[in-house]
Every structure is written in structure tokens, then in C-alpha cells.
Design a protein around this ligand. Structure first.
Ligand SMILES: Nc1ncnc2c1ncn2[C@@H]1O[C@H](COP(=O)(O)OP(=O)(O)OP(=O)(O)O)[C@@H](O)[C@H]1O
Ligand SMILES: CC(C)(CO)[C@@H](O)C(=O)[O-]
Ligand code: BAL
Length: 284
């Protein structure tokens, strides 16, 4: 695997690959890689010839009181994991390379509506930071395909809309969430959990499963189910941020007749803000 830090060098390298007719698959990450990220690399292999992964802890998507400084940076072990997974190119720019004039004057890409709710409501400006950096990365890499995890369901929906609205000629692929045996979704932020918190954290997924089962059994009182789910999370030691049943298509509140649903939650366990979701179809 080649490790590249500069945009110019990456462009030169990839333009040769494109001239050779190779299809480029791209996996953007913030590093501290786990099996969820590696699954994205494996899926990228299936649809492309050259697999590019980026590692960039993007300052533009962190709020002023969030964990930008403490976010785990583990480039050496990440490089080893990517090499073992057969990734061809790691692009690891620094903040000056991505934002030579700083983030304050950076042109922004904003996906209205979808980006304002759920995580967008709790983390103002977060998705503008995500869509801006993903646009820049797409323009740098110019991939045929880009792969994102379904764990970040809202992010995936926003990136799909951005790519469609801005006519980006890139296939966006969503990859199912990789979980620990306990059901806990793998996430870099699980590293913030103490042993006791880690033992309690699977309650997040368990609560989502219970709500799905209740809905599948015919309970359509989504508000009450979510209210009870938040109480369950609190009892398990979480501080819930949101827990909602939404339509998959536009992430608007689900109505009784909707059949493609997603239950989304964000909750704090100690200092870690964890997110998870379950998407499912109802047969009426
Ligand atoms: N458990 C997982 N299964 C599948 N994909 C995942 C998983 N966790 C993260 N991803 C995907 O990996 C990509 C990079 O995510 P990121 O580097 O932020 O990792 P993360 O573990 O989600 O970290 P964070 O704790 O910041 O949310 C995103 O597309 C994300 O959806
Ligand atoms: C897509 C992404 C790499 C953009 O910084 C980030 O939001 C993430 O890791 O999900
Ligand atoms: N995986 C989403 C990146 C973030 O929380 O900033």
C-alpha cells in the first residue's frame, strides 16, 4: 500500500490508474480503524480495481465543545490494518493540506432539510462539515464508487442526496453495520468507554431491536414506544439525545401507513456519544 499525504501526488498517481482503465473505489474515514471500516474496504474490492482509503479527522465537522482534540489518531496501526486488508492507497492529508486558508473562509456544501434534524439538530453545522469535506475528497479522488457505513444512516442519506443533487458521477454504496457479539455497533468512540460502560452499552441496540419487534407485532404508537425506549436507555446508564422512528426515504417522522422505516438513536454513555439505527420493512 502506498501512503500519500499531498493532494498533488495523489492526483498524479490516480490519473495514471484512470488512464489504465482501472475503476476506483473510495472509503473515507477518520481513522482509528476497526472491523467496520475494514468491511468497507472488503466491499470496495468487490466493485473496484484500485481501493483508496482516506484518514482525515475533519475539524469542520466538530462543534466547539466536541472531541476534536481527543479523537483517537492511530495512523501506524491503521496503516497496518489497511495493508492487511489489501487497500492500495491511503490518503492521509493534514489540516493545512485540506484547508490551506483555514475552515472559516472555506466554501461550504450544505444539504438542506435532511441535515437539520436528528444528529444535525444536536450537532449544528456537523453535516455541513461532513458534506464539505466529502465533496473535497470526491473532487480529489474522483472515485467511481464511494462506500459509507449504514451505522451513520443520516450521513449516508445526506451524501446520497448531495451526490444526486450536484450530479456527482459517483455510485454511493451503503454497507451494513458491523457489530460486536453483544450487538454493540463498532465505533471509534467505543474506545472512550470504561469497562462498566462498555458492558452497559449494548442496551442501545437491544432497545432498538425491542422497538422494532413491537412495531412488527402491530404497535404503531411510535411516540410512546420511543418514550419508553428512552426510559429503558436511561435505566441502562445512558443519557438519551434522541430516539425516533422515521421513514427511510426522507427521514421524516413515520406515519401509520409507512412501510420502510428506520429507528434511529443517539445517546451518551459517559463522555461517549454513541449512535445506532435499525432499518426494516413492514409487510402490511
Ligand atoms: N460498525 C460499523 N459498520 C460499518 N461501517 C461503519 C461502522 N462504523 C463506522 N463505519 C463507517 O466507516 C466510515 C468512517 O467512519 P468513522 O471513521 O467516523 O468511524 P466511526 O467508528 O463511525 O467513528 P465515530 O466514533 O467517529 O462515529 C463511515 O462511513 C462510517 O459509517
Ligand atoms: C465521512 C467522513 C469520513 C467525513 O469526514 C466522516 O463523517 C465519517 O468518518 O463518517
Ligand atoms: N462517523 C461520523 C463522524 C462524526 O461523528 O464526526
Amino acid at each position: 500500500m502506498i501512503v500519500i499525504h499531498s493532494i498533488k501526488e495523489l492526483r498524479e498517481h490516480l490519473s495514471r490508474q484512470r488512464q489504465d482503465g482501472l475503476r476506483i473505489g473510495f472509503v473515507p474515514t477518520m481513522g482509528n480503524l476497526h472491523s467496520g471500516h475494514i468491511q468497507l474496504i472488503h466491499e470496495a474490492h468487490k466493485v473496484s480495481d484500485t481501493v483508496v482509503c482516506s484518514i482525515f479527522v475533519n475539524p469542520m465537522q466538530f462543534g466547539p465543545n466536541e472531541d476534536l482534540e481527543s479523537y483517537p489518531r492511530t495512523l501506524e496501526t491503521d496503516t497496518e490494518k489497511l495493508t492487511a486488508a489489501g487497500c492500495h492507497i491511503l490518503f492521509a492529508p493534514n489540516a493545512c493540506e485540506m484547508y490551506p486558508n483555514g475552515t472559516g473562509v472555506q466554501t461550504q456544501v450544505d444539504v438542506p432539510d435532511l441535515g437539520d434534524e436528528l444528529c444535525g439538530a444536536s450537532r449544528p453545522g456537523h453535516f455541513t462539515g461532513v458534506t464539505t469535506v466529502v465533496t473535497k475528497l470526491f473532487n480529489i479522488v474522483q472515485p467511481d464508487t464511494a462506500l459509507f457505513g449504514q451505522k451513520d444512516f443520516q450521513q449516508l442519506a445526506i451524501i446520497r442526496k448531495m451526490a444526486a443533487d450536484l450530479c456527482m458521477p459517483i455510485d454511493i454504496i451503503g454497507v451494513p453495520t458491523v457489530r460486536a457479539d453483544s450487538g454493540l455497533a463498532l465505533s471509534s468512540r467505543n474506545g472512550y468507554l470504561s469497562e462498566t460502560e462498555r458492558a452497559a452499552a449494548p442496551a442501545l441496540y437491544k432497545t432498538l431491536v425491542e422497538i422494532r419487534q413491537a412495531i412488527e407485532s402491530g404497535n404503531k404508537d411510535f411516540d410512546t414506544l420511543c418514550h419508553q425506549g428512552k426510559q429503558t436507555l436511561s435505566k441502562a446508564g445512558f443519557k438519551p439525545d434522541y430516539l425516533n422512528v422515521r421513514r427511510q426515504s426522507d427521514l421524516k417522522p413515520a406515519q401509520t401507513g409507512d412501510d420502510s422505516l428506520v429507528i434511529l438513536a443517539a445517546a451518551y454513555m459517559g463522555s461517549a456519544r454513541l449512535i445506532d439505527n435499525i432499518a426494516f420493512a413492514l409487510n402490511h
